[in-house]
Design a protein around this ligand. Structure first.
Ligand code: ADP
Ligand code: ADP
Length: 228
């Protein structure tokens, strides 16, 4: 599903962001990616999404070697990967329904599919009643629910969440984590980069820790920090 084999990443200016990274994430796993600032988490996420290609090594995502994708193939490749960010990144001029519908329109879904899937995912994230609200009318947690609905509406194999609770209070964070857990239980692989120590400790999922561009820890059921 997600394989990093001897992956190194050196940016154009010579910064070594990752050195000889190895991990395998199976279909259906829930993985926390942790590590201090500048450790290399965002670089890993950009490599998974094929915003970057590795300087060395092999990355396989959903049976595709990302180094061999042509520019024409990249949009199709990215359809299998949903993503949410700390700052939501919704279209401000579209309501919740249309933000989600737009993600289907750009992949050429039929109106019929859109009218079926959008209400389904809005319901899954508990936002049916707010479908017509615009982002500016929604709380942070509600905006992240819209972003989650948009990320899953095309049934991606993998959902990447980059610090998704970074702007949310503890209670809202818990609600978003429940939705992520639910999405995962329905079969989507979830990779979440985070500094939310309490959440990682509570969920007891797989934890991959990055430190200075290397994997310093990979635990099947771990906490935010290594406990002996
Ligand atoms: P994290 O997400 O864990 O904070 P990053 O993956 O963003 O870490 O960064 C890893 C290292 O790569 C850092 O030293 C950072 O400064 C560097 N880096 C990130 N993006 C670039 C870039 N576009 N060009 C050069 N160096 C970069
Ligand atoms: P069209 O096919 O012309 O886009 P729709 O009926 O799909 O017409 O949508 C018209 C408006 O109604 C859109 O602004 C959309 O946000 C809203 N809308 C459509 N279906 C729903 C729904 N199930 N829940 C909430 N709003 C909806």
């Amino acid at each position: 599903m997600i394989l990093f084999n001897n992956v190194s990443m050196v940016y154009e200016n010579g910064t070594k962001a990752l050195e000889n990274i190895n991990f395998y994430i199976d279909k259906g796993e829930f993985v926390f990616l942790v590590g201090s600032s500048a450790a290399g988490k965002s670089t890993i996420i950009k490599l998974i999404m094929r915003e970057l290609v590795p300087s060395e090594g092999t990355i396989i995502i959903n049976e595709t070697n990302t180094s061999f994708l042509t520019h024409k193939q990249i949009p199709y490749f990215r359809r299998k990967i949903g993503v949410v960010f700390q700052d939501f990144r919704l279209l401000q001029n579209k309501n919740a329904y249309d933000n989600v519908a737009y993600a289907m329109e750009i992949v050429g879904a039929s109106r019929r599919e859109i009218r079926k899937n959008v209400p389904n995912v809005l319901s899954q994230v508990g936002l049916t009643a707010k479908a017509k609200m615009f982002p500016s009318q929604l709380s942070g947690g509600e905006q992240q629910r819209v972003a989650l609905a948009r990320a899953i509406v095309n049934s991606p194999a993998v959902l990447i969440a980059d610090e998704p609770t970074g702007n949310l209070d503890p209670e809202t964070t818990m609600e978003i984590m429940q939705i992520l857990d639910d999405i995962n239980k329905r079969g989507t692989t979830v990779v979440m980069a985070t500094h939310a120590e309490k959440i990682v400790n509570m969920m007891q999922k797989r934890v991959i820790e990055v430190d200075h561009g290397a994997i310093s820890r990979d635990e099947k059921k771990g906490g935010y920090n290594y406990v002996n």
